[in-house]
Design a protein around this ligand. Structure first.
Ligand SMILES: *Cc1c(COP(=O)(O)O)cnc(C)c1O
Length: 347
């Protein structure tokens, strides 16, 4: 047995997309965000499955990502690029029919000069101060932009994963103030925004993490299962230590299994101590530090040590592993390693 196996359940991803779609009215389109290789899961596989499930619009961060998705999907679906129209990308945008989300006056000028008849969208800043036209810039450019009929006018919420955060209503007001009455489709909600309710949905929603089984979409089906082979087991006697830095000391005879994945595979070093892996339904705590290629686990609770232990799966969500590492499920997903044997279901 060699590399750890990452099983990706495309049916679960499609089920999550349908469940998120069902949270908004029929006339609201549910798109899919497949940036960063679909959060580490595999953008082309995911996009193809979602097209079959009925998705018609996709979002990526970069032109290069859009080209890869276009290659898999053919000409039909809309593919939007969050980074907008960057210098040197005009030809690529046109040849892959990617829709840049223009985010500042200089991008607008570039678009008008280089690709005047190419479709585009507009990204507005409603307070996050990350990407998008500032309100004053939008005021100056709105006439010209709207005259060219943008396919979408969007903004992004900074605190949507906290439903009671006052920032949500502030951004909703700002977005409405900037866009009420315009003759263009509008979008504000990612996964968190969908859960905030219909006021946030507008014409199109843009879920990412919820498709892949991560919080804040609590009802999501898990989509990734990571099974890591056991290389060796041993009994550690009281007073003996395990791993780099001697950070864990046995207080009673402890059966320790060493499994073949580590922080080089995205299993963040910060997750120990705290992370728990599973043998079936039995939890087995990680002991000692996580190494580059190896993790040591207390398997004393098992009658028989199986050939592999599950690090992420039904009992151990990406968010649980993330919490042990002091981070979020998004970071665990996008860190999933290149060394895994990847199996996509259904095949
Ligand atoms: C990443 C991203 C999304 C998707 O967000 P999730 O929280 O993963 O649903 C939507 N819109 C923008 C602008 C993004 O950057």
């Amino acid at each position: 047995m060699g590399a750890a196996r990452l099983t990706i359940d495309l049916d679960a991803i499609c089920a999550n997309w349908r469940a998120l779609d069902a949270l908004s009215d029929n006339e609201v389109e549910t798109a899919a965000v497949v940036k960063a290789d679909a959060y580490g899961i595999g953008a082309t596989r995911v996009a193809k499955a979602l097209v079959e499930a009925g998705a018609r619009s996709f979002f990526v961060a970069l032109v290069e990502e859009g080209i890869a998705v276009r290659g898999m999907l053919g000409t039909q679906p809309d593919i939007y690029v969050f980074a907008g129209h960057m210098a040197g990308k005009s030809d690529a945008l046109v040849s892959a029919r990617l829709i840049p989300l223009l985010n500042a006056p200089d991008q607008m000028s570039r678009h008008v000069e280089n690709t005047p008849s190419h479709p585009f969208g507009v990204q507005l800043d409603t307070g996050m101060n990350r990407l998008g036209f500032e309100p004053s810039e939008w005021n100056d450019c709105k006439g010209e932009l709207l005259e060219s009929a943008p396919l979408l006018v969007m903004s992004h919420l900074a605190c949507a994963d906290e439903p009671d955060h006052p920032m949500n209503a502030l951004q909703l007001d700002a977005f409405r103030g900037m866009t009420d009455g315009i003759p263009a489709r509008r979008s504000l909600a990612a996964t968190g925004g969908i859960l905030l309710g219909p006021k946030y949905h507008f014409d199109l929603t843009r879920p990412g993490v919820g498709l892949y089984g991560g919080q804040p979409f609590g009802e999501a089906r898990p989509t990734v299962h990571l099974d890591v082979p056991v290389i060796q087991t041993r009994t550690v006697q009281p007073g003996e230590t395990v791993g780099y830095g001697n950070t864990w000391t046995a207080t009673s005879p402890t059966r320790v299994a060493t499994i073949s994945a580590g922080y080089a595979d995205g299993l963040l070093r910060a997750a120990a101590p705290g992370a728990v892996v599973f043998a079936g339904n039995t939890p087995c705590p990680v002991v000692g530090r996580i190494s580059m290629d190896l993790i040591t686990v207390d398997v004393s609770g098992l009658h028989e040590v199986p050939g592999s232990l599950q690090v992420i799966g039904r009992n151990s969500s990406v968010d649980a592993f993330a919490e042990a590492a002091g981070t979020i499920g998004y970071e665990v997903l996008t860190s999933l390693g290149a060394r895994y044997e990847r199996v996509y279901l259904p095949q």
